[in-house]
Design a protein around this ligand. Structure first.
Ligand code: SF4
Length: 567
């Protein structure tokens, strides 16, 4: 038995699989194959590699029994290190596959292919191109297909019977990560703790697909820990507990409530077990937290967040789905939190997480998510949301980033009947709002979070473009760093921050070796400029800090940098 997994990457409200992340789909599917056929060979290729090298795709699939394409981006973002599979890929790829059978799975099958700037996602019929269009849980269906030798009786709509049904596949599939191009140091394994949303009892937010999974049922701490141990023993060092809509309610004892109370001891058991299972991990981060949980249960939320901060690694982000603070939009879309509640949630996370960690970043900051194009939206909505961000900024609070997105209308959600009329009508309003937020909120906030001369440790270089190298620390919503010289991709370096943009910072390799800097790097130092940079180059090499300061120490900005220089 030989199975080829083509990872077209996934991005959903609760779960990310675009590099540097590897989502649960390829790992669970690989585990399902190995559980059904222990001697099977499972091959893995990313969609980027498949596009770059179609011959390799052809040859890998040629002697395979099954090729599985995983695809689906339901909350499209901007990606630095990967381009998710599109509808065109899904149409083009089957013709390149020489395997006996072809399958497609992932959110694209249920919800269609989302693209940035496309406000409506339509599920397309792919059954003419694929032998198996898997509408159920991919690992459950693939397990049955392999076990029953691709017989006709397998229900492609089969789903997990309980939250732990796929634990064995999760553990068994760990070794597939070794084939990922970012393995080991650059790869982040997305970890699932549950799916579904407590607010499904109230119908959920109008635009969201998560309530379709019903009320949450949690994986056990033991199930998660065994998976993490398996991943770690294969070489994984970076983890994000990101696959759930609200980490804070993991293990909650409240049943059937729309806003259950956190259970801090469950969070402690979860995180301490992960630490024990992966003793030499480098990154342990989280993702979504429901701001309403924090606003409704401040004490228990604070305790739970303190447990996270006790066991995680710094540079972490709790993404808050605020969506809108306009009361009419909140009412019409059954949103979860209002202006005051969201502000309380941001303050509380600051209280617990704002202290700076050893990698140069604050420990845990809120990320703010807003959604536009929802029913009830008017020009006032944009003003109210902006006023909210401005108040948070002016109160001295920190937030890691603001994510503004236009709603993608998903099949089977309540938004389906409202459509994308307001997204189209307000496109210009949205663009000018975004620009205003970038300049008046993001830029000052970036300067506050990563002040000039902060040393960011362990920045991984990811892309070289136009003489600039772009990199990020590994983890949840890391700051994008631009270094004005060409460096080898895949290296880990420390960076001294010297300039700021709304969405990125500019930096120099730390410690700063003034005798080796390129002209462009010298020019990027505050207060240096083209003329002084040229003069430094002409007078180099400087044998010591003293000799350098003798010539340039009169420039205040350079004097401030002295402690970061190396000769
Ligand atoms: S709270 Fe709203 S946005 Fe969050 S998962 Fe539930 S339904 Fe979706």
């Amino acid at each position: 038995m030989r199975v080829l997994i083509i990872d077209g990457y996934t991005d959903e409200p609760a779960g990310l699989g675009v590099p540097p992340f590897i989502d649960i789909y390829p790992r669970y599917v690989a585990g399902a194959v190995w559980a059904a056929s222990p001697g099977a060979e499972v091959l893995y290729i990313t969609i980027d590699d498949a596009r770059r090298d179609p011959d390799r795709l052809r040859s890998l699939s040629a002697s395979s029994d099954l090729s599985v394409l995983i695809a689906g981006v339901t909350v499209p973002g901007k990606y630095l290190s990967g381009a998710p599979a599109t509808h065109n890929d899904a149409i083009r790829i089957p013709a390149l596959l020489g395997s006996r059978y072809r399958a497609i799975c992932g959110p694209a099958v249920r919800f269609g292919f989302g693209r940035g700037g496309c406000s409506r996602s339509v599920a397309k019929d792919l059954s003419a191109l694929y032998d198996f269009v898997i509408t159920g849980d991919s690992e459950i269906v693939v397990h049955r297909l392999v076990k029953e030798n691709f017989g006709e009786g397998v229900d492609l709509n089969s789903v997990r019977e309980s939250a732990g049904s796929s634990d064995a596949f999760a553990e068994r599939g760990a070794r597939v990560i070794r084939q990922h191009p970012f393995f080991p140091d650059g790869l982040v394994c997305e970890i699932e703790t549950y799916r579904g949303c407590p607010r499904s009892v109230l119908g959920g937010c109008s635009f969201c697909t998560e309530p379709l999974h019903g009320y949450p049922e949690f994986r056990t701490v033991r199930g998660v820990a065994r998976e993490v141990a398996a991943l770690h023993s294969e070489g994984a060092v970076n983890f994000r507990v990101g696959r759930q809509p609200d980490l804070l309610v993991y293990g909650s004892r409240d049943k059937g409530l729309a806003c259950p109370a956190p259970n801090p001891s469950a969070i402690r058991r979860l995180f301490s077990s992960i630490r024990r299972s992966a003793p030499s991990l480098r990154v342990l981060h989280i993702d979504n937290c429901n701001p309403a949980t924090i606003a409704e249960h401040p004490e228990l939320s604070e305790e739970a967040l303190k447990e996270v901060v006790r066991y995680h690694t710094p540079g972490d982000t709790a993404a808050l789905g605020i969506e809108s603070v306009d009361e009419e939009v909140i009412r019409r879309n059954n949103l979860k939190v209002d202006y005051e509640g969201a502000m309380r949630a941001i303050s509380l996370i600051n209280r617990v997480g704002a202290a700076r960690g050893q990698n140069g970043m604050p420990h845990l900051l809120p990320g703010l998510n807003f959604v536009y194009g929802l029913p009830g939206e008017t020009k006032t909505t944009y003003e109210a949301n902006f006023e909210f961000m401005k108040e948070a900024l002016d109160s001295g609070l920190l937030f890691r980033r603001v994510n503004l997105r236009q709603v993608m209308v998903m099949p089977s959600t309540r938004m389906e009947s409202s459509g994308d009329y307001l997204v189209r009508k307000h496109r210009h309003l949205f663009l000018s709002h975004k620009l205003k937020v970038r300049q008046e909120i993001d830029l000052p906030m970036m300067k506050r979070i990563v002040p000039e001369f902060t040393v960011l440790k362990g920045v991984r270089t990811e892309l070289v473009q136009g003489g600039m190298t772009w990199g990020r620390q590994v983890g949840s919503y890391p700051v994008l760093v631009g270094i004005p010289r060409q460096l080898e991709v895949g290296q880990f370096i420390d960076v001294l921050v010297v300039s700021h943009g709304p969405r990125s910072v500019g930096g120099l390799r730390f410690p700063v070796k003034i005798n080796e800097l390129e002209l462009r790097e010298l020019e990027s130092i505050p207060g240096v400029g083209a003329k002084r940079a040229a003069s430094i180059v002409l007078k180099r090499p400087f044998p010591s800090l003293e000799s350098f300061m003798e010539k340039f120490g009169g420039v205040p900005e350079i004097a401030r940098m002295a402690q970061f220089l190396e000769f």
